[in-house]
Every structure is written in C-alpha cells, then in structure tokens.
Design a protein around this ligand. Structure first.
Ligand code: A2P
Length: 275
C-alpha cells in the first residue's frame, strides 16, 4: 500500500491514515456557520470530477482507517471552480460531529462519483419548475438555481424552503438574494426566481409546513399562481423522509408522475442527508 504522506495533496501536513482507493482528498477553502445546527463549506474541486447540477457525492474525513462517508448534495453549480456543501450538525453524528469542526486548510475526502435523481434531464419540459425543500434539502437547488440550463428549460422557478426557525432560512435568502449580482447568470435569472419560505416552530411572517400551505391553497394565493398541475409545472423535492413521503403523495394526487434519467416525467425526489 502507498503511504499516506505520498497521497496527500501538496502543501498539506501528512495525514494519519492512508487515503482509500477511488477517493479524492480536497482542501477546505471556506466555512460558514449559520446556526448551531447548520453550516456551509467549500472545498477545492478535483479537475477530473464531472457532475450534473443537483447531484450528490459521498463525503468523509481522513480521521480513520475506514472513514465514515455520507451523501452530500453539491450546492455549487457544475461550472464553479470549487464545491460547496450545506450541512446539518448532529452532536453525536458519526460524520457531522467531526465535520462541523473543519477549518480552511483541512482535508475532506470525497468519493470520485457523483450521482442523484434531482437533475434537469429527469424532467420533461414545462413552464415552471417548483423546488420544494426543508432544512439542508435546499442544497441541490442551490446548485440548480445557479445553472444556466435551468433557465434554458424553464421560464420560471419557485424555490420553497421550510425550516424550524427564522435563522435556518438565511442560507436560502442569501442564495436567492445573490442571484441578481451573479456575473454569469444574474441577467438570466432576473424576475424569474421566487423564494417562498416558512417556519414551523418560530413565529415568522409565514408559518406552516409546505404540505399544509399547498393543501390549504395559501401557497397558490400568496404567489398568485394556479393549482399545481402537470400541464404547467415540474416539481423537485428534497428534505427529510417524512416530508418526501407527504409531498410525493400530494403531487401524485395532483397527477404528477415520478421521472428518472431513463424515463423523464413531471417530478423527482431525493432524501436530504441527515446524521
Ligand atoms: P416541523 O417543525 O413541524 O417538524 P428538520 O429540521 O427536522 O429536518 O425539519 C425541517 C422542516 O421540515 C421543519 O420545518 C419541519 O416541520 C418540516 N417537516 C418535517 N416533517 C414534515 C413533513 N412530513 N411534511 C412537511 N414538512 C415537514
């Protein structure tokens, strides 16, 4: 076996454990803590990594002979020189209890394959794309919202983000707020993206689970749109298991059909990483 030091990226202190086969060792370049439960980080991007916006990779730390890997949606678009991720912090989570302590310059491991179902090619064309997220489930949509292909395919995009409290909505507000000033896609996104957020545990301007807001018709009246329909809309869903199940039922009831790369249709679903 090759020594750990030989496989360590130039400039890094040697790692305590060898890097497993088919794994990239990348450097942390930026970390931002949003709340005591949520943080985002960026790492260098290996030149050979190819991915579709919306896909996920397996992330780990070089802190064990057999590192724990967890699925993380890439939050940056596929043209970006770095890779961005948005993570929960689970106090006793096997990965996130350590990952939440990373600093610029540290090494993060990443398996070499990106995959996932929240990709534009799994949906047939339509007028409007509705991205439904809770918590860190917003991450793949942060990638897709910054991808010009999203605006090639859809006239209009609505991003919903529901969290327990107001501070947890910050990532999404900053993301959508920054679109207008983005040199590459700013003009393309102008007047075409709407953020629809709500809280469920802290009092805010809009409260309630997205399932309740859609179910009661408030979502449609707030945004001045018609009832969700497979004629005009495509839906992407990302969040906790319980949320996926309920939103899936809701859209299936409205006549939507689940799509895949081999058989594109009107909605797609992916579980957000927890643990
Ligand atoms: P709630 O506070 O009512 O549980 P979490 O941080 O636990 O992942 O939750 C993120 C958001 O997802 C919370 O606002 C939570 O609401 C909401 N949520 C949880 N379960 C569901 C569900 N089955 N359908 C819709 N939203 C849900």
């Amino acid at each position: 076996m090759t020594s750990a030091a030989a496989l360590t990226p130039a400039g890094n202190t040697p790692l305590a454990f060898p890097i497993p086969a088919n794994v990239y060792a990348e450097k942390v370049v930026w970390v931002k803590h949003y709340t005591d439960r949520l943080f985002a980080f960026r790492i260098t991007r290996p030149q050979t990594l190819r991915f579709r916006s919306g896909e996920f990779v397996m992330i780990g730390l070089p802190n064990a002979e057999k590192p724990v890997f967890r699925a993380y949606s890439i939050a940056s678009p596929n043209w970006d020189e770095e890779l961005e991720f948005f993570s929960i912090k689970v106090p006793d989570g096997p990965l996130t209890s350590h990952l939440q302590k990373i600093q610029p310059g540290d090494t993060v491991l990443m398996r070499q394959k990106a995959t996932g179902t929240l990709v534009l090619d799994a949906l047939t064309p339509a007028k409007r794309l509705i991205m439904i997220s809770t918590g860190t489930g917003i991450a793949p949509f942060a990638s897709l919202l910054r991808d010009p292909d999203t605006y090639e395919k859809f006239e209009e995009v609505i991003l919903t983000h529901t969290c327990r409290d107001i501070a947890e909505l910050t990532f999404g507000k900053e993301l959508v707020g920054a679109l207008a000033d983005d040199p590459l896609i700013g003009e393309l996104t102008h007047g075409r993206v709407r953020l629809y957020n709500s809280t469920t545990r802290e009092t805010s301007e809009r409260m309630g689970r997205i399932t309740a807001l859609i179910g009661s018709g408030q979502f449609q009246s707030d945004l001045d749109i018609e009832k969700l329909s497979p004629e005009t809309d495509r839906v992407m869903i990302c969040g906790s298991m319980a949320m996926l199940k309920d939103v899936k039922e809701l859209v299936e009831h409205a006549g939507f059909e689940e799509g895949s790369l081999s058989q594109p249709a009107s909605f797609v679903v992916e579980r957000a990483f927890v643990g």
